[in-house]
Design a protein around this ligand. Structure first.
Ligand SMILES: Cc1ncc(COP(=O)(O)O)c(C=O)c1O
Length: 417
C-alpha cells in the first residue's frame, strides 16, 4: 500500500486531504480523477529545495498533466512550462503562464506551431534537427524576429527504464545526433534569424539511476565548452526531466537529493542557468483515479475478476507500459481476496492489476487506483465511445471541479453527417 500524506485512511475510509473519497464519488460520480493541490505544491518545493544551490529555472512539463488548474498551480509558484505542441502552448497560455516562461520542445513541430510560438514570444524553442533549425530561421525571418533557440542533443545514453520512455539513445528519434554537431554549429553562423541561447537534453522518464544523468551531462558540458570556443554565448543548459517517483512501495524511487548531489557540483562551474523539465516527479503521486466496482465474477479456474467502471480509456499506462499502480479499497475490509481489476473496454490489455491481493470489496464499492497524476488523464480517449472522466482538485476541505465529465453530445461534436 502506498503511504501518503495526501491520500490516507481514517476510520478505514480513504481520504484526499480532509475529504472522504466516497463523498467525492457520490457528488461527482465515477470514474473520477482526484488531485491533491497540496501534493503539487510540496513536490515542487521539494524539487526546488534539492537544487537550491544551482541557479536554475524549473519548467513543468505540461505533457504529464495538462489540466489548466494543475498548470496554474505551478505557475503561481513561479514555475515555467515545457510544452510539446501548439495545443500545450495554448493550454499553458490559457492557464496564465507568461510566454517568456514557456519553452517549446518537440521532434516534429509544424510550421504553424513554430509561427504561433514565435508570435507569442516564447522563451525558447528547442530544435531537434538541422531541417528544423532552417525552418525556425525562415519563419522568424518572415515575422521579422530573432528566435531564441536551444539545441536538443541526443547524448547517446540509453537510460534503463521502460523501452518506450527512454529517449537519449542512438536508436531513438529524439535530438540532434552527436556526429552532426560540428555541422550544426557551422550552420548557425549562416542563419541570421536565430540566436543560440541553450543546449538541451532529455534522456527519458522514470530513471532511477543518477549515473545516466551524469553520463549525459558530461556530454552536454563538453558541447558547452565547444560552443564557448566557437564564440557562442550559451546561457542555459537544459537537463530535461525524467526524475522518478514511487509507483510500487516495493520499488521505491531514488530520492531527488541523490540526483542533485551528482548534478549540482557538475553544473555549478559552468556558470549558467540550468533548466529542468520535471513532469512525472511533480504530479504522479498527486492524483488517484476513483472507480466503482460494477461486477464481480469468477471463472472455472477460480480466477476472480473485479470489473470496474474505469478502463484503459481513462488510464492506459498498464496496457501501454506494463506499469504498476497500487489499487486500494476506499472502504477497508478485514479480509482480502486475490483478483484481477479489469475495465469495461473490449481489449484484453484493459486491466489495472492482475492477480493482486486486495480488500474483499463488494459490487458497488469504490477502488482508488493510486499514482494517477502523470501520463494518465492526459492520455484518456473516447475509444469504445467512452466519455472522458471528470477531475476534481482538493485543497484541505475545499473541493473544486476542474474538468467536467464529457457528455454524449461532445462525443459527436466535430462530426458531420
Ligand atoms: C523533452 C521532455 N522534457 C520533459 C519531459 C518530462 O519527463 P518526466 O515526466 O519523466 O519528468 C519529457 C517527457 O517525455 C520530455 O519529452
Amino acid at each position: 500500500m502506498l503511504d501518503s500524506n495526501y491520500f490516507y485512511y481514517t476510520d478505514k475510509r480513504l481520504n484526499c486531504d480532509e475529504v472522504r473519497l466516497e463523498e467525492l464519488a457520490s457528488t461527482f460520480g465515477t470514474p473520477l480523477y482526484v488531485t491533491s493541490s497540496k501534493s503539487l505544491v510540496d513536490s515542487y518545493n521539494a524539487f526546488e529545495h534539492a537544487f537550491r544551490a544551482l541557479p536554475h529555472f524549473t519548467c513543468y512539463s505540461v505533457k504529464a498533466n495538462f489540466n489548466l488548474s494543475v498548470i496554474r498551480a505551478f505557475a503561481e509558484l513561479g514555475c515555467g512550462c515545457d510544452v510539446n505542441s501548439g495545443g500545450e502552448l495554448y493550454r499553458a497560455l490559457q492557464a496564465g503562464v507568461a510566454p517568456d516562461k514557456i519553452i517549446f520542445a518537440g521532434v516534429g513541430k509544424k510550421h504553424e506551431e513554430i509561427m504561433y510560438s514565435l508570435k507569442c514570444g516564447v522563451f525558447m524553442l528547442k530544435a531537434e534537427s538541422i531541417s528544423e533549425l532552417r525552418s525556425i530561421d525562415r519563419i522568424a525571418g518572415e515575422l521579422g524576429k530573432i528566435a531564441s533557440v536551444a539545441l536538443r542533443i541526443n547524448p547517446n545514453v540509453t537510460a534503463e527504464t521502460h523501452p518506450y520512455i527512454t529517449t537519449g539513445g542512438s536508436k531513438e528519434k529524439f535530438g540532434i545526433d552527436e556526429a552532426e554537431i560540428p555541422e550544426v554549429f557551422a550552420l548557425l553562423g549562416q542563419l541570421p534569424n536565430l540566436r543560440l541561447i541553450g543546449l538541451d537534453m532529455h534522456i527519458g522518464s522514470q530513471i532511477f539511476d543518477p549515473e545516466y544523468y551524469v553520463a549525459a551531462t558530461v556530454k552536454l558540458l563538453a558541447l558547452f565548452n565547444l560552443s564557448k570556443t566557437l564564440g557562442f554565448a550559451v546561457e542555459f543548459l537544459d537537463i530535461g526531466g525524467g526524475f522518478p517517483v514511487t509507483y510500487d512501495p516495493l520499488k521505491p524511487a531514488t530520492l531527488i537529493e541523490r540526483f542533485a548531489e551528482k548534478l549540482v557540483p557538475m553544473l555549478q562551474p559552468a556558470g549558467v542557468t540550468v533548466i529542468f523539465e520535471p513532469g512525472r516527479y511533480l504530479v504522479a503521486n498527486a492524483s488517484v483515479l476513483l472507480t466503482k466496482i460494477l461486477y464481480k465474477k469468477r471463472n472455472h479456474a477460480g480466477k476472480e475478476f473485479l470489473v470496474v467502471d474505469a478502463g484503459m480509456t481513462e488510464l492506459i499506462r498498464p496496457a501501454l507500459y506494463q506499469s504498476h499502480h497500487e489499487v486500494q479499497a476506499v472502504s477497508r475490509h478485514d479480509k482480502t481476496v486475490v483478483a484481477d481489476v479489469v475495465g469495461p473496454i473490449c481489449e484484453s490489455s484493459d486491466f489495472f492489476a492482475r492477480h493482486r491481493e486486495i480488500d474483499a470489496v463488494e459490487e458497488g464499492e469504490l477502488l482508488a487506483v493510486m499514482s494517477c497524476g502523470a501520463y494518465a488523464s492526459v492520455m484518456s480517449s473516447n475509444y469504445n465511445g467512452r466519455l472522458r472522466p471528470a477531475e476534481v482538485m482538493v485543497n484541505g476541505s475545499e473541493v473544486k471541479l476542474v474538468r467536467k465529465r464529457e457528455s454524449y453530445e461532445q462525443l459527436i461534436l466535430n462530426e458531420l453527417l
